[in-house]
Design a protein around this ligand. Structure first.
Ligand code: FBP
Length: 549
């Protein structure tokens, strides 16, 4: 495999480890735990794995005699920088426990377990992937492990390979499913521990116990770099407004972190839009007003950051999408039989009054996307809706209207961008390389402790890596009951942007200044070699969350 000079150099990087994980460890048992809410209901569903204590690992001078252990690993869901280091951490950890331990990777996500597709991950394979981005070492997939048949099918291959522990690296849903699997195996006395690991660039798997999911750091730094470049271009040419959509299926953590990094003129935060009950027109008017203000000062340029999930947080759009989902589920055939150029009118004439008016006000391309792109459950795939184009077009229309009314005399020319996949497989920052390796090593300690139904946890992340605290959190501790597909289910709470939290409050304190004046910051590319100030800084979100600000 040909490698770039940087790839070759990164291959030699030794992730920094918490002091506690640098030699033999002992387990310190914490208090017994309970779920964040709905304690009775969650306990009833997890009789064998509920209420377990938190665990912390501390260094010990005692000689710890380990036994060989065979471990399986699965990468689940969207890619996130650092996944390969989690696997390298597990590998090194179980080899340190006993040189004859073995690691098996299930291929292309949870489906590999069910379909018995796997490969042994040996030292020569692991070494090629240390500190690299991507999940290509074994591939990833979005199959959900939810059915008892899948669990039993998986158990067959686990037994065949003598695997006694399975590590599932995934987001909130995958870790919820890992907890259900742990409970199931325990309930049937199957000798397989199940350990989870918090992954997602979206940053929405975090809580009191999990300070951040891995991948968020690198992905936001990659987006921060390119947005910074765009801002410098925009400040040089002074003729375009750039509408930039940022990945993050639901929560706006990525958009907020990027805003903190680059100080754009505008950043929309979905959670605020929802809390204020803003309409699409309110969002458009807000942006257009800032364009107009800047234009009045002769500044016909700017940047707007838009979170990917925005559409679903606009209450009126949410209602429209719900009615469209329902209507098309029942009238799909009739709708498809209508000539393409008549489909828009057909929808307009069949929706309820408010939804019909809103649908009619949407640009043709977006209206069409709302009826075309559907997932296997019949829902509109909102992530495919080009919100950046929608807003750019609607702001243009609004400004044209204001011009005709004599309220706007400036110029407006918009360009649109979507940054998502560019950041998901980037070479992990030092933070993610270190954090992921520590998460993997911690997972191996949890395996050695014989526990199941835990998530690997590394805390104190704004301190130097040597001071990070490694341990295990019972996954049921992060759960509550939520309605999903019409049924109450135990799930890990998804973390949305907290409007009372420091990162959002800091942003609100600055945004008017950033809107009117040009306060751009140009973060530049991730640095891998140099001083800690340059290379090892966590996200501003994490710093603000942990500050007393
Ligand atoms: P995970 O939650 O599985 O980590 O994936 C998050 C994400 O990257 C979202 O930001 C994005 O909306 C989605 O995946 C895209 O999914 P896909 O990879 O299937 O296109």
């Amino acid at each position: 495999m040909t490698k770039s000079p940087l790839q070759a150099a990164r291959g030699q990087y030794s992730p920094k480890l918490p002091l506690a994980l640098q030699g033999a460890v002992k387990v310190v048992l914490g208090e017994k735990t309970q779920s964040v809410s709905d304690q009775e209901a969650v306990q009833e569903l997890f009789p064998h794995t509920y209420g377990l204590p938190k665990l912390t690992f501390e260094a010990t001078t005692e000689e710890v005699q380990g036994k060989p252990v065979n471990v399986g690993v699965i990468l689940s869901g969207g890619q996130a920088p650092g996944g390969h280091n989690v696997i390298a951490g597990i590998f090194d950890g179980i080899k340190a426990i006993h040189a004859e331990s073995r690691l098996y990777g299930f291929l292309m996500g949870p489906d590999g377990l069910v379909q018995h597709n796997y490969k042994e991950l040996t030292a020569d394979i692991i070494d090629q992937y240390r500190n690299t981005g991507g999940f290509d070492i074994i591939g990833s997939g979005r199959t959900k492990l939810e059915e008892v048949e899948q669990y039993n099918k998986g158990l067959e291959v686990l037994k065949q390979l003598n695997i006694s522990a399975l590590v599932i690296i995934g987001g909130d849903d995958s870790n919820t499913n890992a907890a259900v699997l742990a409970e199931y195996y325990k309930s049937i006395n199957a000798p397989v521990q199940v350990i989870g690991c918090p992954k997602t660039i979206d940053g929405d798997l975090k809580n009191e116990q999990i300070e951040t999911s891995f991948g968020f750091d690198t992905a936001t730094k990659v987006y921060g770099e390119v947005i910074g470049n765009i801002q410098r271009d925009c400040n040089s040419a002074r003729k375009y407004w750039h509408f930039i959509k940022l990945m993050g299926r639901s929560a706006s953590h990525i958009a907020l972190e990027c805003a903190l990094q680059v100080q754009p003129n505008i950043a929309i935060i979905s959670e605020e839009v929802e809390a204020k009950g803003m309409s699409l027109d309110d969002v458009v008017t807000y942006i257009a007003s800032i364009v107009a203000k800047r234009s009045a000062k002769g500044e016909h340029f700017g940047t707007v950051l838009i979170p990917e999930g925005l559409i679903e947080f606009i209450p009126a759009m949410k209602k429209l999408i719900a009615e469209l989902n329902d209507f098309l589920a029942h009238h799909e055939e009739d709708f498809r039989a209508v000539a393409a150029d008549e489909q828009r009118n057909y929808i307009i004439s069949h929706l309820s009054k408010d939804n019909s008016e809103l649908y009619a006000s949407l640009p043709a391309t977006v209206a069409r996307q709302l009826t075309l792109d559907r997932d296997p459950h019949g829902n509109v795939q909102v992530s495919l809706i080009e919100t950046e184009k929608l807003l750019a077009e609607m702001v243009g229309t609004k400004l044209a209207q204001w011009k005709s009314e004599g309220k706007f005399a400036g110029k407006f020319s918009a360009l649109t961008h979507f940054f998502g996949y560019e950041g998901r497989c980037a070479m992990p920052s030092n933070f993610d390389a270190d954090y992921c390796y520590a998460l993997g090593r911690t997972a191996s300690c949890l395996i050695n402790s014989g526990v199941t139904g835990y998530m690997s946890s590394v805390q104190n992340l704004t301190a130097p890596a040597s001071e990070w605290i490694a341990g295990g959190i019972p996954t049921t501790m992060m759960m509550n009951m939520e309605r999903r597909h019409g049924m109450m289910k135990p799930v890990i709470q998804k973390a949305l942007v907290r409007l009372e939290g420091n990162p959002f409050r800091y942003f609100v304190g600055q945004r008017d200044e950033w809107a009117e004046n040009t306060c751009y910051v140009y973060p530049g590319p991730i640095q891998y070699f140099g001083t800690p100030e340059l290379c090892d800084q966590p996200t501003l979100t994490l710093k603000l969350e942990q500050s007393k600000w």
